[in-house]
Design a protein around this ligand. Structure first.
Ligand code: M6R
Length: 608
């Protein structure tokens, strides 16, 4: 995720900015830049790592005691120097760095262009610099920023410098964290406390809707409605490593806990204001071709493949679209029947998985419409497909995919609604119901996350198991596969995912009292059948951990129970997978393993 750093004080700003950016490298980034104020705003940016930025800086003399910096993880616009932050207005009088997403940037951009502004980047962020420039006509500083932000819809952690006020930094927060570090006659600003921990532990944490002017003299804080705010300086006691994981013990846990926010980011700006249409700008260019397609093939590996299997149910139910899901690693060895009316959708967190890339190349050779559902902007899958949708899940560091998987399910839901409406198979009312239920999911995920202690207890009860079956039916079958994969990856317990219906065709032979099963049994259209499978397990002495929405229906059939909130059947996977991630994580801890470092695994598999 992007990182923000700022400094104003008596020291030279550049070394502070560079150290701050280096401290935030762990967040993942694809370009970086700084701007220092000294007789004007001097900006230097580079695509690639901080080393590349240093090479560029060697050709400049950035002297000055105030400055801002940024590491960018691309969302809008490819990762290149032109899209790197800081961004400037037309006259170099305002410089900004921004984290978050400006939802209405396209309309603002058009309006500003019509008023004579020229844009240098493809980012959503650049509009902020131009908007502030315009508003400076009514008074500079916080007044201008305040007026500009009134026009903006979306999220921001925003840091601004103005040529006319060189010794002041301006900050504003809405949905994207910012902290002000307090020193002696100097102040720091960062999106991440770990960036400034080498300098100070005294911090002011901004809340949403707060703005501040930060100078050597002090910090002036106010609300978006311009009422002054008084805030305590807090002593931040975490060490750097803990701060990077947001105080959590592992990246895997940090990413599991981030998921309510991830769903919000994946849907942000992608549902119309009335709540009845999915708006996927990344697909609009191929809308005509999408209307023509008669078949969708989804390809992916590992968790991405399992997300695709959920997608199959979604596309069939909501879009009436014939779908096949293929392991990308097998796709090219077959003779897939592909015509110009076939769309091939590649799902990949990294966008660099070699097998998925090869599958896309095969599809292109056969003239299919190729689509990507990718988290890393500008990655190979994103570049090589005709169109696509980005996850906006932020960088996933944990080797075991968690938040990217959830984001994939979220976007597959949006894509199904989008295609259903495009093809006329989904009524506005039905779409509205799905989108309204999707809107509730972040809070429902939050309630499951609060239940972590009871999931830990279950992990402790079963910590010595050597085998385990995960079972589900219909929408829950792919979640059973994904849950087994998570368990295998981080706890090394031999786990198999099966659809309930398949169990009696073989795996049931394994069941005895030492072979437990986790059964995903929400109260859905196939619940009665799933319950029959549970009866079959019990009849053979198998222990059951039930993942249910209604404890009364299954408590007599299981040893342990995990309760999740009820939602629409097609969205229930977004909820049942959360405790399964936590169970795998807690099982790894119970077995004394490091879930961030599973043996033999790499985050991204770039070899075939
Ligand atoms: O980057 P991708 O989504 O293409 O990666 C696909 C798989 O390698 C990945 O999902 C892998 O299975 C994870 N380790 C699962 O947790």
């Amino acid at each position: 995720m992007c990182g923000i750093i700022g400094y104003v004080g008596k020291k030279q700003a550049l070394p502070v900015l560079m150290e701050g950016l280096t401290n935030m490298e762990y967040r993942g980034y694809d370009s970086a830049g700084v701007c220092v104020s000294k007789e004007g705003l001097i900006r230097v940016r580079a695509q690639g790592n901080i080393g590349k930025l240093k090479e560029q800086l060697a050709q400049h003399n950035l002297q000055g005691t105030s400055g801002i910096g940024h590491t960018r993880w691309a969302t809008h616009g490819i990762p290149d120097e032109g899209n790197a932050h800081p961004h400037l207005d037309c006259h170099g009088s305002v410089a900004i760095v921004h984290n978050g997403i400006i939802e209405n940037y396209q309309e603002l951009r058009e309006e500003l262009k019509a008023a004579g502004h020229t844009f240098d980047s493809q980012t959503d962020s650049e509009v902020l610099a131009h908007l502030i420039e315009v508003e400076c006509e009514h008074g500079s500083g916080l007044t201008a920023i305040h007026r500009a932000l009134k026009r903006v819809r979306g999220t921001y952690g925003l840091l601004v410098m103005m040529k006319d006020l060189p010794q002041t930094l301006f900050v504003a927060r809405m949905g994207s964290p910012l902290v002000i570090g307090v020193g002696s006659q100097e102040h720091y600003v960062a999106s991440d406390p770990s960036a400034i921990l080498p300098y100070t532990r005294d911090m002011i944490f901004l809340d949403d809707g707060e703005l501040a002017a930060v100078s050597v003299e002090g910090v002036g804080l106010m609300n978006l409605d311009q009422t002054p705010v008084n805030k305590q300086v807090e002593r931040f006691m975490w060490e750097v490593e803990a701060a990077k994981k947001n105080g959590q013990a592992h990246f895997m846990l940090k990413e599991i806990l981030e998921q309510p926010h991830v769903i919000e980011n994946s849907t942000r700006g992608r549902i119309d204001l009335i709540g009845t249409r999915a708006v996927l700008g990344g697909l609009s260019e191929v809308q005509d071709r999408l209307q023509e397609i008669d078949r969708l093939i989804i390809v992916g590996c590992g968790s991405a493949y399992y997300a695709g299997l959920v997608g199959e149910y979604l596309f069939e139910e909501l879009a009436g679209m014939p779908v096949e899901v293929e392991l990308a690693s097998e796709f090219r060895y077959r003779k897939p029947i592909i015509s110009t009316r076939t769309a091939v959708l590649a799902i990949s967190q990294s966008g660099e998985t070699a097998d998925t890339l090869e599958a896309i190349r095969e599809a292109k050779r056969k003239h299919a419409l190729t689509l990507g559902l990718v988290n890393v902007v500008g990655s190979s899958v994103a570049r090589e497909t005709d169109a696509g949708v980005y996850n906006h899940a932020g960088p996933e560091v944990g080797v075991a995919s968690t938040k990217a998987f959830l984001s994939q399910l979220t976007i597959l839901t949006l894509m199904s609604v989008y295609l259903g409406q495009l093809r006329g198979t989904l009524s506005e009312r039905a779409a509205g119901e799905v989108l309204a239920a999707l809107y509730e999911i972040p809070d429902q995920v939050e309630t499951i996350l609060h239940n972590r202690a009871s999931i830990r207890d279950i992990a402790l009860t079963y910590q010595d198991m050597t085998n385990c079956l995960f079972l589900g039916r219909k929408y829950q079958a792919p979640i059973a596969y994904e849950s087994a994969l998570k368990m295998k990856e981080v706890s090394y317990v031999h786990a198999e995912g099966y659809s309930c219906g398949e169990m009696k065709h073989g795996p049931i032979a394994l069941i005895d009292k030492s072979f437990p099963s986790v059964v995903l049994c929400p109260e859905d259209s196939v619940f009665e059948k799933t319950r029959s499978s549970m009866e079959e397990l019990r009849a053979r002495g198998g222990k059951i951990i039930a993942v249910t929405t209604n404890p009364d229906l299954v408590s007599h059939l299981c040893e342990d129970m995990i309760v999740v909130p009820q939602t629409l059947e097609c969205l229930q996977p977004l909820l049942t997978v959360i405790p399964m991630q936590l169970l795998a994580y807690e099982m790894a801890l119970a077995r004394n393993l490091d879930p961030d470092r599973p043996r033999n695994l790499a985050k991204s598999v770039t070899v075939e």
